[in-house]
Structures are given as structure tokens and as C-alpha cells.
Design a protein around this ligand. Structure first.
Ligand SMILES: CCCCCCCCCCCCCCCCCC(=O)SCCNC(=O)CCNC(=O)[C@H](O)C(C)(C)COP(=O)(O)OP(=O)(O)OC[C@H]1O[C@@H](n2cnc3c(N)ncnc32)[C@H](O)[C@@H]1OP(=O)(O)O
Ligand SMILES: Cc1cc2nc3c(=O)[nH]c(=O)nc-3n(C[C@H](O)[C@H](O)[C@H](O)COP(=O)(O)OP(=O)(O)OC[C@H]3O[C@@H](n4cnc5c(N)ncnc54)[C@H](O)[C@@H]3O)c2cc1C
Length: 676
């Protein structure tokens, strides 16, 4: 390709359209980053880490990832993660999970890598469920990456219904071993990330059988491959499950056992045990073995919030440099970001990203409290946090998917190109609707909690309700939305309470009419999941308000108040029909909410670019790597989009030759034949 264009946008410095946007901001993006990430130190550390990574050439992508085959992607992600391993101790505090997460996302991106789950799903259950002795044996080795592990729970036939997992771990009294076995094809472990080709260890979840009694799912440490040859150990079948919608730099795998023996000491036994004589020692909570899942779910709000924030950074920056069509001034086309429809597409999603991140910090803290309590034997917080995180993971993953998809559409045709990087972010984020508990299944878990809470309130025991659901017993007093956020909360509480009560009453009526409990539950399931979503959205609103209330810096508080008001009006408008239905909201109030929403869009417009700049994603993180590639993509901080899109297209492997075999072998003969 020899074509060269002189593009007026390629000059020194940033695209002037973006520079202009940054000048209109009413706040300091570094200060906002402190609020987003929790402190000056955390925000600064992220910048320092990004800067340090950008100076190490081997940590950059060696090619644009979308042009790689699956094998090349896995090789490339493994190259980067092992190179990173060498630099890690110098670049981050090795005990800081947030720093580790940040640096991995900088270097690896969304494609996944063979160590991603080692840190997020292999080490944590070992920490939570393993005894001190077991930590001694495996934890240090795992942390030093002498061994690589994964979390193998889901099977071909069962993922949601863990109680029916078919992989068995039968205790042999005579040898004091567990015998792991995969009795059917359905029982093959299926999906675990990094299992297919990379891991040599796995935390395996299997049904514990002692003297023919099934004690349900338990966690076992299992070596699956030889540490020298990396060959599967005898009695083990293991491999990759093939390409997926995303995460193709990771090797999700299958695993089968043929009467594979492990020592008794490999049952992770901090909270439960099997004695030498086969006596089973119960954990303090029935669902103790599910604690690791609560941990992962508690981190998903902040995680998904940052996924959406990345897509929005790309879309908002691009919308500020993309000019198309006219408003009043017919001499210059407008930035598409000036269209109200574009703002309505993007700004509520920006507000949700902030909301999810703020909510995420609260849930992570709640999990840490739970973990400390569990360590001292108190499991009383588990039920509440299980219910809360079940709802949050379901609502945030779904809404993040919506937000990212809107970001893609907001970029028009270029959003559809993989040069935008948005499809990769979408593929990764949307997986969250399924992994760590399918969304409907998890909403129904929260619904169990809500129904029980409504029953308590109905029985006149409001004092027994936890703080999260105390509103279910509040009286209905009409509110004047003009008075501010508290009135919005009360309106939302009414809506959520009414839906929980309606769903519970319907459930009761079904049972009273003779339908069995399970069947009645199923016949009310849609109403129940609606209640769960409303309850969760209310909780997210409350965390947003709490966070904004706590901010001292006035300029930050003002812009976040605008964003919060947008969120409140957008969320309430979305569920208004519930309150209009029983006359709790008037049509005048509905009109007020819409007007507030439109005025919030206008207020946010001058700050839009700086609100996404404040997430401080580096160009490397957005796959607009400045080091090796001056071309990708739409979200680049400097806004030089068009020339780089052209460079991107030129680098496509299809353009390495002018005439492809597809033409010589098929099209050419066809055309020749047609001429005869
Ligand atoms: C910044 C950019 C960065 C870029 C980088 C990009 C990198 C990518 C990052 C992304 C990484 C992706 C990683 C993907 C990892 C996926 C891992 C997995 O999926 S692993 C696999 C994940 N798999 C799943 O998640 C499976 C989902 N399934 C389940 O969890 C369970 O089967 C169940 C909960 C649905 C039912 O369980 P069952 O035993 O049938 O229970 P019942 O229904 O009969 O309820 C009985 C009672 O128990 C109670 N209770 C229940 N749970 C808990 C709990 N945890 N605690 C307390 N209580 C609990 C319940 O409330 C009820 O109480 P009550 O009402 O009676 O009072
Ligand atoms: C990217 C990715 C990574 C993953 N990584 C891992 C991993 O590292 N380790 C691991 O063990 N697993 C992993 N998984 C597996 C994942 O945890 C499961 O796929 C998930 O828990 C859903 O289970 P399932 O596939 O059985 O879905 P199913 O339960 O079969 O869902 C199918 C449909 O049935 C519905 N359904 C099921 N049960 C009910 C019910 N009780 N009530 C109402 N509706 C119901 C669901 O809502 C859904 O619509 C991963 C999955 C993905 C996509």
C-alpha cells in the first residue's frame, strides 16, 4: 500500500476538538480520580503503574490482537503475562490486589490470559477454605507462581444447580484417600478458565461421599498435570473447550477423572473436615463452601463499572471529534456529542459507571468484614451478603451490557470495527451475566430473601428486618420530588416495596390455591425477579447518594451531584410505570422527572469528556498503544482517529498481498467462466 494522505488532524498535540472539551471542564480530573478510586494514593499509584508499564517495550502488544489466531492470542497473552511476572515486584505492591488487577488489565487487556484465574479464583478459595497447614503447603508456591491453578466447579451438565454436581469424591477408609471420579460425560468439568492447557493444579468442586452418604459439594486441591512434563497425570483427561464469544486469549477447559486418588489432606478443611475414620465435621454454615462465590460477586460491581467506563471513554472521546450534520451554524458540522440523543445514549451510562464503582467499593468492604467475621467463626452476615451480591451482580452485568452496546452504537460504523475495541469489552463484560451465577438464578436467590422479609413485615415483626430491607415496613407517604434525592429514594422504596409485596402475595395465593411451593414459586418467578431488580437498583441509588454526600471538594461535589441527579431521574423514569399504576406518582411528577433528565444532560455536556478522562485509562489499556502502534483506535486520548483507522486497516493481514487466493482460486475462475 503506497497511498499517503495529508490529514489535517495529524499535527503535534491533541485533536483541537478534544482540547476544547478539556478546557470546558469545571473540575480537576486528578481530583475526580481520587474519588473514583478511593484516595489520592490509589489514584496516583494507578498513574505511576501505567507510566512505568508504558516504558517497558516487552509489555506492549506485539501485534493488534484482533488480527491474531486463537493460538497466537494464547501465545501472546502468555508471553506478556510471564514478562510481566518478571517486572511485578518492582512495579507493584505484591500484596495489593487492586494494583495487581490494574497492571494485568493494562498489559493483557480483555482477551484473558492463562494466569487470570490463578489470582482471582484459585488462590482465594485456597485462602478462604484452606487450613493453616494447607496454606503452608500450597499458598506460597501458588503466590510465587511455581504452580498454576484454576477453579473447576461447573460441569457439562450442571452449572447453576451446584447441589447436583456429578463429580464424586468418595472417601476410602482403607487408604485414607479421596477417589475423584467422573461417572458420565455430563459430569466432565467444563468452562474453568486456564484449565484447558495452562494449569497444573485445580481447586475441584466435587460431591463428597462418605460411606455412601452424599454430603454435597466440597472443595479439593488437585494436581492435574506433571510439574516437569506438563502432561496430564494418569487418570486425568483435560483439554480446551474451543473458541468463545470473548476471552480467547484464555484456555477455558474440560476435565474428567477416572478413579483418581488424592490424599485425605487435599479436602480444603478450614471450616469442615473428614476424620481418618470417616467422621464428617460440619462447617459452621451450610453454604460455607459457597463463600468464595460471594467474594467474586462482591467485586463484580466495581469491575463491571470499569468495563463500562472503558467503553464510554472510547465513545465519548470519539463523539467529541466526530463531526456530522448541522445544528444552527451551517458553516461547520457539529460534534455528534452535541446531539441530545447522543447525550441520552451516553451520559446515563457514565452515571451508572460511577454508581457501580461507588457501590462496588461498599460491597468489597462488606465482604472484607464478612471474611474477618468468618475467620473468627461468626457466619451471621453470610445470608445478607449473599442476597445483596446476588442482586448486584445480576443488575450491574445486565446494565453494563446495555451501556457498552449503546457506546458501540454511538460510534456509528466505526464502533462496529474491532479497531474500536468495544466489541472485545462487550464480549468480556457480558460474560458476567452468565459466569459466577446465571443472572436469573441469582435474582431468584435475592427474591427468597425479599419474600422472607416481606413475610416478617406482614407478621408484624418489622424490628426483625435487616437495615437493607427495613423500608419494606415503612408507611406509604406521598413525596414531593422537588425536595431532592431523599424524595427520590422514598419514591423508589415505595415502588420496590410494592413489587416485593405483590410478588409475595401472588406466591402465597398460588400456594393457598393448592399449587405446590416449588411450582408456585416458578409461576411467580418473573414478578419475583422484578422485585429483586428494583430492590437492587434502590440499593445502588442509595450508595451513590451516600458517596456524593461524603465528598468535601466543592467542584467535584457539584459535577457529581449533576451526575447523581441524572442517575436518579433516569432510573426513576425507567420504572415509573410501577408508581403510576397505583397513583403514587402523578403525571405531573412524571413530566418533572423528564424535564430534570433533559436539563441534567445539558449540565453534564461541558464536563462529559473530563468525566471519562477521570477514569484515567491509559491508551494501552484501551488498546490504543502509543508505543508500538500509532494507529489503533477510537478512544485514544489525543483524538487522532481517522489517520489511525487507516493505518489499522492497512495492517490487516488481508492487505499484505494485493490478490488473495480466494480470488485466484474461486472468483477469477467464476468470472472467466461467465465470460464464455
Ligand atoms: C479494569 C479492566 C480490567 C480488564 C481485565 C479483564 C479481565 C477479565 C476479568 C473477568 C474475569 C472473568 C472470570 C470469570 C470467572 C467465572 C468463574 C465462575 O463462574 S465459577 C462458577 C460459579 N458458579 C456459580 O456461581 C453457580 C451458581 N449457583 C449457586 O451459587 C447455587 O447453586 C445456588 C446459590 C443458586 C443454589 O444453591 P443451593 O445449594 O441449591 O441452595 P438453595 O437455593 O436451596 O438455597 C438454600 C439456602 O442457602 C442460601 N445460600 C445459597 N448460597 C449461599 C451463599 N453463597 N451464602 C449464604 N447462603 C447461601 C440461600 O439463600 C438459601 O437460604 P434460605 O432461603 O433457605 O434461608
Ligand atoms: C466466560 C466464562 C467463564 C467461566 N469460568 C468458569 C470457571 O472458571 N470455573 C467454573 O467452574 N465455571 C466457569 N464458568 C461457568 C459458569 O459459572 C456457568 O456457566 C454459570 O454458572 C451458569 O451455569 P450453566 O451454564 O449451567 O447455565 P444454566 O443453568 O444451564 O442456564 C441456562 C438457562 O437456564 C436458566 N435456569 C437454570 N436454573 C434455573 C432456575 N433454578 N430457575 C430459573 N431459571 C434457571 C438460566 O436462567 C438460563 O437462562 C464460566 C462461564 C463463562 C461464560
Amino acid at each position: 500500500m503506497t497511498m499517503v494522505f495529508l490529514n489535517k488532524e495529524i499535527r503535534d498535540g491533541d485533536n483541537p476538538d478534544l482540547t476544547e472539551e478539556r478546557k470546558t471542564a469545571t473540575f480537576d480530573t486528578n481530583k475526580m480520580a481520587e474519588v473514583i478510586y478511593g484516595s489520592e494514593k490509589l489514584a496516583r499509584r494507578r498513574r505511576e503503574i501505567s507510566q512505568a508499564v508504558s516504558l517497558i517495550p516487552e509489555l506492549a502488544d506485539s501485534k493488534p490482537l484482533p488480527f491474531l489466531s486463537r493460538n497466537e492470542k494464547i501465545l501472546e497473552s502468555t508471553r506478556k503475562v510471564t514478562a510481566l511476572n518478571e517486572h511485578l515486584p518492582r512495579l507493584i505492591n505484591m500484596n495489593d490486589e487492586d494494583e495487581a488487577w490494574h497492571i494485568h488489565s493494562e498489559v493483557i487487556g480483555f482477551e484473558g490470559n492463562p494466569l487470570a484465574l490463578h489470582h482471582s479464583l484459585f488462590i482465594p478459595p485456597l485462602v478462604i477454605q484452606g487450613s493453616d497447614e494447607q496454606h503452608e503447603k500450597w499458598l506460597g508456591r501458588a503466590k510465587r507462581r511455581e504452580i498454576i491453578g484454576c477453579y473447576a466447579q461447573t460441569e457439562l451438565g450442571h452449572g447453576s444447580n451446584i447441589r447436583k454436581l456429578e463429580t464424586t469424591a468418595t472417601y476410602s477408609l482403607s487408604t485414607q484417600e479421596f477417589i475423584l471420579h467422573t461417572p458420565t460425560i455430563n459430569a466432565l468439568k467444563w468452562w474453568p478458565g486456564a484449565l484447558g492447557k495452562s494449569s497444573n493444579h485445580a481447586v475441584v468442586v466435587a460431591s463428597l461421599i462418605i460411606k455412601e452418604q452424599n454430603y454435597g459439594p466440597h472443595l479439593f486441591m488437585v494436581q492435574i498435570r506433571d510439574e516437569q512434563s506438563h502432561e496430564p497425570l494418569p487418570g486425568i483427561a483435560v483439554g480446551d473447550i474451543g473458541p468463545k464469544m470473548a476471552f480467547n486469549g484464555a484456555d477455558n477447559g474440560f476435565l474428567g477423572f477416572n478413579n483418581f486418588r488424592i490424599p485425605r489432606g487435599n479436602l480444603l478443611n478450614r471450616h469442615c473436615n473428614v476424620e481418618v475414620d470417616g467422621t464428617y465435621v460440619r462447617p459452621p454454615h451450610d453454604k460455607m463452601n459457597y463463600a468464595g462465590m460471594i467474594r467474586v460477586r462482591s467485586r463484580m460491581a466495581a469491575e463491571q463499572g470499569t468495563f463500562m467506563a472503558q467503553a464510554l471513554t472510547i465513545a465519548v472521546r470519539y463523539s467529541a471529534v466526530r463531526r456530522q450534520g448541522f445544528l444552527e451554524n451551517k458553516s461547520q458540522e457539529v460534534k455528534v456529542l452535541d446531539y441530545q440523543t447522543q447525550q441520552h445514549r451516553l451520559f446515563p451510562a457514565i452515571a451508572r459507571s460511577y454508581a457501580f464503582i461507588f457501590c462496588g467499593f461498599e460491597t468489597i468492604q462488606k465482604y472484607e468484614t464478612l471474611q474477618n467475621e468468618m475467620n473468627s467463626g461468626n457466619v451471621s452476615l453470610m445470608a445478607d451478603l449473599h442476597a445483596l451480591t446476588s442482586g448486584i451482580k445480576s443488575v450491574v452485568t445486565y446494565q453494563t451490557g446495555e451501556g457498552i452496546e449503546q457506546a458501540r452504537m454511538a460510534c456509528g460504523g466505526h464502533g462496529y470495527s474491532m479497531a474500536s475495541y468495544i466489541s472485545e469489552i462487550y464480549g468480556c463484560a457480558i460474560g458476567g451475566c452468565t459466569y459466577e451465577g446465571e443472572n436469573m438464578v441469582m435474582l431468584l436467590q435475592l427474591a427468597r430473601y425479599l419474600v422472607k422479609s416481606v413475610e416478617l413485615a406482614m407478621r408484624g415483626k418489622p424490628g426483625d428486618l435487616g437495615p437493607m430491607v427495613a423500608y419494606l415496613a415503612y408507611p406509604d407517604i406521598k413525596v414531593d420530588l422537588v425536595t431532592g434525592p431523599e424524595a427520590y429514594v422514598k419514591m423508589f422504596q415505595h415502588i420496590s416495596k410494592r413489587q416485593s409485596i405483590k410478588a409475595t402475595e401472588k406466591f402465597h395465593r398460588k400456594m393457598e390455591s393448592g399449587v405446590s411451593r416449588d411450582e408456585a414459586w416458578n409461576q411467580c418467578a418473573v414478578e419475583l425477579t422484578r422485585a429483586s431488580r428494583l430492590h437492587t437498583r434502590l440499593y445502588i441509588i442509595e450508595t451513590f447518594i451516600r458517596r456524593v454526600d461524603s465528598i468535601e471538594d466543592l467542584s467535584i461535589k457539584m459535577v457529581l451531584t449533576d451526575l447523581m441527579n441524572l442517575h436518579l431521574n433516569y432510573e426513576l423514569l425507567d420504572v415509573a410505570s410501577y408508581a403510576l399504576e397505583d397513583g403514587f406518582m402523578s403525571s405531573t411528577q412524571m413530566g418533572f422527572i423528564k424535564n430534570q433528565l433533559y436539563s441534567s444532560l445539558e449540565k453534564i455536556r461541558p464536563n462529559a469528556v473530563s468525566l471519562v478522562d477521570s477514569f484515567q485509562f491509559s491508551d494501552l489499556q484501551l488498546r490504543s498503544n502509543l508505543l508500538n502502534f500509532l494507529f489503533q483506535v477510537l478512544g485514544r486520548r489525543d483524538g487522532h482517529v481517522y489517520q489511525n483507522l487507516f493505518e489499522w486497516a492497512k495492517s490487516s493481514p488481508l492487505n499484505q498481498t494485493e490478490v488473495l487466493p480466494s480470488v485466484t482460486q474461486y472468483l477469477k475462475p467464476m468470472m472467466e467462466k461467465a465470460k464464455l
